[in-house]
Design a protein around this ligand. Structure first.
Ligand SMILES: Nc1ncnc2c1ncn2[C@@H]1O[C@H](COP(=O)(O)OP(=O)(O)OP(=O)(O)O)[C@@H](O)[C@H]1O
Ligand SMILES: [Mg+2]
Length: 341
């Protein structure tokens, strides 16, 4: 699946910095480097998990790819039927078409559903925007979409507050699907739901992925969820990608001390399978003044002198013919392979 011909989105050198303004004249005095120099490929048909602690830049990365936030620098190449184009240099009109192909489902669908509109009212809006003029046609389409997410079609007459959290999330998913996207960013899409509803919504997302041939970027702070559903996982820390590997490989041969600490914190029911927990000291440092050298060094239990001064370059090791990329000085040089992802 992860072959170069199948790349849907190619992100290179992506930087999304939020200006920090001070004083009456609102001068920019610095930047929150929420996403800083990120390279990644999203393969067609995959589920790419994105994990990391709160504030490490997951949402900013998702929104930057979708151009819901305009990044400060870098390229986001999208594979259109007519060939690859850079979303960063696209005109607004062309960007609208690109945005139809890419949708986002948030943790709280309240944010995308207008409380004073019925579900029909909220769901018809993107359909009108993308050219469905006939009301009956829109009704039929919305009925189909509700059916696809296992909700009765007459729910379209109801208001958002008349639904449970799980139902509202399914409406959010139906709404995202309404414009026939190829790529969906699920940003903590199941995090607010209780475990049984979480499993239902995850199963629904898997079913829809097959039915509609979708590609997902699945953002979560919950590693047990991404372990269950993702083909590959990206681990982010302070705006940087610190490790990328196939899910099984990441769990079996963890290379970055930060990933090790995250994995060690996953609750395991079976007492014999419990891992030794590696505590993470302190909080994530400020992305306005990130630490020198490796951004993780002040919290790393394996920190060496070099980590304090020199920023580690990403290196890709080939494991059973599959790439495993990591950004850490401690990965032995003799194991390194020159090829970068
Ligand atoms: N609009 C904004 N203006 C300024 N700073 C922002 C803005 N949005 C996010 N940030 C900052 O950028 C950094 C990354 O935020 P982001 O929301 O991408 O993190 P996250 O990994 O999604 O976190 P969480 O798991 O809590 O959702 C944080 O330090 C945050 O405070
Ligand atoms: Mg977030």
């Amino acid at each position: 699946m992860t072959d170069d011909k199948n790349v849907l989105i190619r992100v290179r050198g992506l930087k999304t910095w939020y200006p920090v303004k001070k004083g009456v004249f609102k001068h920019t005095v610095g930047y929150v480097k929420a996403v800083d120099d990120v390279d990644l490929d999203v393969y067609r048909g995959e589920i790419l998990g994105v994990v990391g602690e709160s504030g490490c830049g997951k949402t900013t990365l998702g929104k930057s790819i979708l151009q819901l936030i305009r990044p400060y620098a870098g390229n986001v190449f999208y594979d259109f039927p007519e060939g690859e184009k850079d979303l960063m240099t696209m005109k607004k009109k062309d960007l609208d078409e690109a945005r139809r192909r890419m949708q986002i489902v948030f943790q709280d669908p309240y944010s995308s559903l207008n409380p004073s509109f019925t579900i029909f009212g909220s769901m018809q809006e993107p359909l009108i925007r993308f050219g469905m003029k006939n009301k009956e046609e829109r009704k039929k389409k919305i009925a189909e979409l509700l059916q696809a997410v296992n909700l009765p079609e007459d729910y379209m007459e109801r208001y958002p507050n008349e639904f449970s959290g799980g139902q509202r999330q399914r409406i959010g998913i139906a709404r995202a699907l309404s414009v026939s996207p190829e790529f969906i960013v699920c940003d903590e899409a199941v995090s607010a739901l209780d475990v049984s509803i979480q499993a239902q919504v995850l199963q629904l997302l898997m079913k829809l992925k097959e039915e509609y041939k979708l590609t997902y970027m699945f953002i979560t702070h919950d590693l047990s969820v991404v372990e269950y559903i993702s083909d590959r996982i990206i681990v982010m820390y302070l705006g940087h990608i610190v490790e990328i590997a196939d899910t099984q490989e990441l769990f079996a041969n963890t290379l970055h001390p930060y990933t090790e600490a995250l994995i060690s914190a996953i609750p395991v029911a079976d007492i014999n399978q419990r891992r030794k927990r590696i505590p993470l000291q302190g909080d994530v440092p400020s992305p306005v003044n990130p630490p020198s050298g490796c951004p993780f060094h002040p919290r790393c239990p394996k920190c060496q002198d070099v980590c304090k001064t020199k920023k580690p370059e990403p290196v890709t090791l080939m494991k059973n013919g599959r790439p495993h990329t990591v950004c850490c000085h401690l990965v032995k040089t003799e194991e390194r392979k020159e090829k970068k992802e």
